[in-house]
Design a protein around this ligand. Sequence first.
Ligand SMILES: [Zn+2]
Length: 243
Amino acid sequence: MNAAVAVAVLAPGLALGSFLNVAALRLPTGRSTCLHCGHAIRVRDNVPLLSYLLLRGRCRDCDTRIGLRYPLTEALTAALAGACVLAFGVSLHALAATVFCAALVAISAADLEKRIVPNRIVLPATAVVLVLQEARAPSIEWPAAGLAASGFLLAAALLHPRGMGMGDVKLMLLIGVAVGRAVPIALLTALLLGLVPAVVLALRHGMQARKLAIPFAPFLAAGGLVALFAGHALLRWYLHLGG
Ligand SMILES: [Zn+2]
């Protein structure tokens, strides 16, 4: 049953991924245009994933290659929407998790491409996820986890202004609201994953590596996904080790 629904949410998942990525790029008219020639993309050419394949990744007007980021982020959003239904059933929990995942993908793409965590994605996503969380399981856990985790990153950002940015602080608020008490898993995973490129850069560029800012949102997003899908299992495992 859930598997069938998971397949059924792939199409709206693609649409959600497409919508959020346009929003993340801050296109002025709110609809898709070719970034090269400025032509509005026709409705029939704006079907997520499918149009990209039919046009072989080129603009119909100017033949410029369209970046792989669009089909990749759309497909990733759809796959995560399916995974949320498989993990949480047909529920408000799955809906909250899907909004969370879609926002993580759009924010990661924006940070990789433009080094920004777009307010117009992270703030509404946090509000929507908080409302859904409180509707499905009313608790202080969601806002408390969000404030604690973002407060932790705020302290880090103030101590090391070159590392973390305010965008990362806002992203952590979203992650805390979405995963609740599993938020330490998200932070720990992000820090562990973020260490790898930091070490590689340090080996390659020596002391200059300190000046190269690494976009950190994709690591926080990866941590958020681990916490969402495996956080409670990992917490239980860890507490058993201790007791
Ligand atoms: Zn074009």
